[in-house]
Design a protein around this ligand. Sequence first.
Ligand code: ATP
Ligand code: MG
Length: 417
Amino acid sequence: MTYDTRRIGLSLGADICWPICYTEILHQLDLRIPTDGTTLRFEAERMTIEPFDLRQPAPYSVVIDRLTHWYHTTREWIKKAVLMDDVYVFNNPWSVQSVEKHTSYAAMMKLGLPVPDTWLIPPKEYAPQQDLRETLERYARYFDLGEIGEELGYPLYMKPYDGGGWRGVSRADDEEALRAAYEMSGRLVMHLQAGVDPFDLFVRCVGLGPQLRMVRYDPSAPLHDRYTMDRDFLDSDDAQILRDMTLTINAFFGWDFNSCEALRGSEAWHPIDFANPCPDSQVTSLHYHFPWLIKANLRWSLFAAATNRPMRMNLDWAPFFEAVDEEMTLKERLSATAAIARERFETDRFEEFCHEHLAHLDEVTHAFFGTDMARDAVRQKVAAMYPPHEREEFTELFWARIQTWRTEEANNPPTGP
Ligand SMILES: Nc1ncnc2c1ncn2[C@@H]1O[C@H](COP(=O)(O)OP(=O)(O)OP(=O)(O)O)[C@@H](O)[C@H]1O
Ligand SMILES: [Mg+2]
């Protein structure tokens, strides 16, 4: 018997808990997948940072990347590995580098999604730069912030065009607050966005390849309670809209792993923040949802490694725009664009693969999350984030939530990926 071992590179930063769980479950799955006269085996390995020769082949079939949105040596290595060595990486590194919130809003507005009305305004202050004064003196038009505020209506949100992690976000309830927020905004290039107000539901929909998890999100809660453990908070119509929206966004931008935030206003679901490639994967935020993430990560990376899934080298947006027209309702548009997304994520082939080769994943994961090793992974992450006197309490809290997940899953076994 000959073996072909496919290696999965883990490109990690401050990640502690998920790689421990991922690697151990992969080991316990003990996969041997017969294919083309050989048997596929899989290994996960933590990647290191070192000088590299551009012509030196990359040893990985797949890279799960947690670094490149801010660590550029790895980002450039990944770009060369995709171009030269046929490595599959989630997410598309060129898209991560170039698509900010702003582009994501513009593209989804063009597809007809009800992104709240949004303006972009020039920054309040600038770093000194050659030609800056001349350019601004010639071309920067004075504008009246109050007029834009009035046009958008209050409340509105001021937030960076390339935002993330709540940096620089403020809510303005009137013109005075808007002016004060702008005064404080410094060099940040800001969006002003109409507030979805009131809204009765805030959902964060996490996508990993074609797999989705919808979580009711509570932005006002402390970090460990923002992902709620609520179930059944969406009827099937709403769930369909959010599923199609997230799949469309993720396939459009080449983001295998991304999360989409949407608010349910009086008439529609409004996506407000969906350029989050490489979202939070830590047990300290995800707790109850953490085992889902580990399973979804394993399924999608193993599928990509086993099938030598080719990386889409360019994003190819035209088919999405061609699939929609003026006459269509939101549901019809999303259904048309999500069909393209499902195809790009090879959804049928993926489900078949999981059914055929990963049928024991649920059982292995369920058992693993009852072990000391899993508890220790949670403890290690808590120890890295909390002061000593809170460590026991928070380890217990997150562990108890994972045990709730185990009980619920045992009583109500999943039926597919
Ligand atoms: N248009 C809006 N209507 C209502 N609330 C909004 C709107 N835009 C932003 N918010 C609120 O502000 C918060 C932060 O905004 P947003 O998610 O766009 O920024 P972010 O920096 O990407 O945040 P994070 O990375 O934490 O998701 C949201 O979670 C939401 O509570
Ligand atoms: Mg957000």
